[in-house]
Structure formats: structure tokens, C-alpha cells
Design a protein around this ligand. Structure first.
Ligand code: ADP
Ligand code: AMP
Length: 219
């Protein structure tokens, strides 16, 4: 009798563990800052040191733009060149799919750095509607530096990036979009006590020193 009970318990334990793990809610850190503030650079270092998957809204949009057969290629291309924010349905769908396929491939990968999102009110509303109760936003990592630093870094990156928006004309528009649309979103999160601000004007390693302190504290 007791052996049968123990055997049944032993059979159940792995199932229970499996169920708990596979139902892990995605844990999200939003990564924001001006164009060229160093979001991608620092996300790569976070991925090396902590168990996070990096999803860049800009990278996902560029991939979708060049995907053969994409119905949104031309539209995305125009928005990116103009430094404007792509309609939220497209961006959120790409982010959701990327999160789902990452977790399907490996259920341990439920921590995400979502870089360059939410960039405006529309993005935020879209997230709240589509992801309500489906993901936890732990905090917002904000890379703070002056517009001049952003412009210099993007123009330098433009020498080799091949990006259609790393030029002076697009930069002016991207900075405007950032100031008008993204800063208010950062302010909104700030009021909720969710923002961890990093001085991004310093060298890569110095910046990462501060990033590390945030992740050691927040887990
Ligand atoms: P973002 O993802 O915010 O657009 P990137 O990480 O691509 O920015 O960085 C923009 C450019 O600036 C890249 O060429 C990168 O090598 C450089 N860069 C990033 N962080 C720093 C830093 N702390 N100091 C100097 N250059 C940097
Ligand atoms: P980034 O790679 O983050 O510098 O983004 C490059 C461009 O992609 C932006 O200027 C926008 O045109 C577009 N983009 C990036 N993130 C978003 C987003 N969250 N919503 C809409 N458009 C975006």
C-alpha cells in the first residue's frame, strides 16, 4: 500500500515540475533610450552574463522588411527611413511571435530584454491589450545620454552599418520622434517607480558596470 502510494507520488512530481516550468510567464525588461544610446551594445553584454534573450523591435522590423513575401516590407521601409514609429500591430505581433518561439524551443528561456519598445503611447496600449496578464514587466532600463552623443554614435555606426537611417537627415527625425513620443512613456514608467536610469554617455564597460549593479539587485 505505502509503496504504491510512493510510486504514484514519484510519477507525479516530474509532471508537476514540468507544468510549473512550462507555464512560466515571460519576465520582461523594457530597454529604452535615444537612438544610438547603446541599447543593443549593452543588451549583448547582459545576454552574455545573465539568462536573458534579447529581442530588438528595430531588428525584428528590419528582418520582416527583408523577408521574402512580407506584405509589410515597403511600409516598414518607409517608416524606418522617416524615423517614424511603425504601426503597433506589426511590431507587437513580431515581438509576441519571437517570445513564443523562444519559449517553445526552450522553456527555460522566459526572460526577455525587449529593446526599443514601447516607443510611444500606441505601443504601450497595444502591449497592455495584447499581453495583459500574459507577461510581467519587471522594470525599464533607461540609457540616458544627450542628443549630441546619440547623433555622433549613429553617424559613426553609419560608416559601416549599412542602415538606411544612420544618416544626418534621418537622425534629426529619429531624435524628434524620441523626444516627442518615447520620453513621455519613460516619464510614465518613472512615476510608477519602474525606471532604472543609467548614464549612457560613458564608455561601454563603465556603463555595463552600472547595468550589472541593476541586474544583481533585481535578479
Ligand atoms: P542603440 O541600440 O541604442 O541604437 P547601439 O548599441 O547600436 O545603439 O550603439 C550605437 C553605436 O554607438 C554603435 O556603433 C556602438 O558601437 C556605439 N556605442 C555603444 N555604446 C557606446 C559607448 N558607451 N561609448 C561609445 N560608443 C558606444
Ligand atoms: P532602432 O533599431 O531601435 O534604432 O529602430 C530603428 C527604427 O525602427 C525606428 O526609427 C522605427 O522606425 C522602427 N522601430 C523600432 N522600434 C519600434 C517600435 N517599438 N515601434 C515602431 N517602430 C519601431
Amino acid at each position: 500500500m505505502i509503496f504504491r502510494l510512493l510510486r504514484r507520488l514519484a510519477e507525479k512530481v516530474p509532471n508537476t515540475v514540468h507544468r510549473v516550468v512550462s507555464s512560466m510567464k515571460p519576465q520582461v525588461v523594457f530597454v529604452l533610450g535615444g537612438p544610438g544610446a547603446g541599447k543593443g551594445t549593452q543588451c549583448a553584454k547582459i545576454v552574455e552574463n545573465y539568462s536573458y534573450t534579447h529581442l530588438s523591435a528595430g531588428d525584428l522590423l528590419r528582418e520582416e522588411r527583408s523577408r521574402t513575401g512580407s506584405e509589410f516590407g515597403q511600409l516598414i521601409d518607409n517608416y524606418i527611413k522617416e524615423g517614424k514609429i511603425v504601426p503597433v500591430e506589426i511590431t507587437i505581433n513580431l515581438l509576441k511571435k519571437a517570445m513564443e518561439s523562444t519559449m517553445q524551443a526552450d522553456e527555460q528561456k522566459f526572460r526577455f530584454l525587449i529593446d526599443g519598445f514601447p516607443r510611444n503611447q500606441d505601443n504601450l496600449q497595444g502591449w497592455n491589450t495584447v499581453m495583459d496578464g500574459k507577461a510581467d514587466v519587471k522594470f525599464v532600463l533607461f540609457f540616458d545620454c544627450s542628443n549630441e552623443v546619440c547623433i555622433d554614435r549613429c553617424l559613426e555606426r553609419g560608416k559601416s552599418s549599412g542602415r538606411t537611417d544612420d544618416n544626418r537627415e534621418s537622425m534629426e527625425k529619429r531624435i524628434q520622434t524620441y523626444l516627442q513620443s518615447t520620453r513621455p512613456i519613460i516619464d510614465l514608467f518613472e512615476k510608477q517607480g519602474k525606471v532604472r536610469t543609467i548614464d549612457a554617455s560613458r564608455g561601454v564597460d563603465e556603463v555595463f558596470g552600472d547595468v550589472k549593479s541593476v541586474f544583481e539587485k533585481e535578479g
